[in-house]
Design a protein around this ligand. Structure first.
Ligand SMILES: *Cc1c(COP(=O)(O)O)cnc(C)c1O
Length: 391
């Protein structure tokens, strides 16, 4: 016997711009406590469609950030179209000299990661010159210049700056081990040596380093923070809510149906779960095709109507099954929370799946609707603009 909810009860990711705004305020207060210089400015990192939260939903919560950092030129255009007027840092795009000339992107900041970008910048001044951050390669070794090449690259950019072809010139690096105190210290020593002989502001810190050793932020002019703005801790062994952050994404689906199992009956692929006693199991329309991890440990937690329960049986492509034995009131339509509340932070699910929370939220697939729950206090300051190519 099975009772059904109305069709179309798929999983949804509810996004709370007000929580993003809270987390940004938390970081601003946190940074304000250190050093005698003014607190560093904040780049809110929203690459990968805001770590899966959706650019449109989070921008309204980020109005107080000093700028936003994206990976691609495409996302920079999306943000301008959505009405973001403050600086945008493009961290990865290989912008050609022509692309650099598009005034719609201004005020534009760029990381310079390789000699190709230097050559493009040297092709002549843009009407609204970009602000440039020269990236040191560090021990991450993904992008940037090694210490042996850094000085020469900096000298070339310094010439462009003096000729008025750049709006500014700074130093940037990205940690390989920001969550390990000893390694963090070593990396800081290395880039400090490279930057010390050269003038210019610095942009060095990320969420993990800001939490692990925030005092260093008083030596930097801009910080780049992503994961913690979404209410997620980058440090293993802690979670966002325990730090005072608010999860900005709640993944939820209503119960689609209730199955009754007799003692000895199994459920799901591989029949990996067998009922010891008669029990009720709830089905929800979410699975690994939505980005929920298949490789969770046994008894992975969920909330049924805000009270604790667990997943039983295997996560399949479209279906997850949950234990309803302690939830006699649960029926089709009852809400099941998969992650993203104070009681059930995403860090718990990441731990169960032996991964990091960023992989879970950024790995939600296109079929999960991102539903914004309110515009945030500053949302009305964003006014959509016409796309640049509509003439
Ligand atoms: C992703 C990224 C960040 C933000 O890192 P978080 O750990 O999410 O704070 C900062 N800088 C660069 C270059 C990045 O790629």
């Amino acid at each position: 016997m099975m009772s059904l909810a109305p069709l179309g009860d798929q999983v949804r990711a509810y996004i709370q711009p007000a929580s993003i705004e809270h987390n940004l305020g938390w970081l601003q207060r946190h940074l304000g406590q250190f050093g005698t210089r003014p607190a560093p400015k904040i780049w809110a990192v929203i690459k990968a469609d805001a770590y899966g939260h959706s650019t449109a939903a989070v921008l309204t919560g980020l109005a107080q950030a000093d700028g936003i950092a994206v990976l691609t030129l495409e996302q920079a255009y999306v943000c301008r179209f959505l009405g973001w007027h403050k600086p945008i840092l493009v961290m990865d795009a290989l912008l050609t000299a022509n692309e650099l000339r598009d005034p719609v992107l201004s005020p534009l900041h760029l990381t310079v990661n390789n000699p190709y970008q230097l050559t493009e910048l040297e092709k002549g001044p843009a009407p609204s010159p970009p602000y440039v951050w020269l990236r040191y390669r560090g021990s991450l070794n993904h992008a940037g210049f090694e210490h042996t090449e850094y000085g020469a690259a900096h000298t070339r950019l310094q010439r462009l700056l003096q000729a008025g072809h750049l709006a500014g010139l700074g130093h940037l690096q990205h940690y390989a081990n920001a969550d390990d105190p000893a390694q963090l210290h070593l990396e800081r020593q290395l880039f400090s040596q490279v930057f010390a002989p050269r003038v210019g502001p610095r942009c060095t810190e990320n969420s993990a380093s800001l939490l692990l050793d925030p005092g260093f932020a008083s030596d930097t002019d801009w910080v780049r923070s992503g994961i913690m703005l979404y209410g997620i801790s980058p440090l293993s062994g802690s979670n966002g809510p325990s730090l005072g952050l608010e999860p900005a994404m709640t993944l939820e689906a209503p119960l689609l149906a209730v199955q009754h199992l007799r003692a000895g009956q199994a459920i799901g692929y591989g029949n990996s779960f067998q009922a010891k006693h008669a029990m009720r199991v709830g089905l929800i329309r979410c699975g690994y095709a939505d980005g929920y991890p298949r490789n969770i440990a046994q008894n992975c937690p969920v909330l049924v109507n805000n009270r604790p329960s667990r997943i039983v049986g295997r996560v399949s492509m479209d279906t997850i099954t949950v234990d309803l034995n302690a939830h006699p009131e649960a029926s089709a339509g009852t809400m099941v929370t998969l992650w993203g509340t104070k009681q059930l932070p995403i860090e718990l699910i990441a731990q169960s799946a032996a991964t990091i929370p960023a992989q879970l939220c950024s790995g939600l697939t296109a079929r999960v609707p991102r539903v914004s729950t309110g515009s945030g206090r500053c949302g009305d300051r964003l006014e959509p603009r016409r796309p640049p190519h509509e003439g």
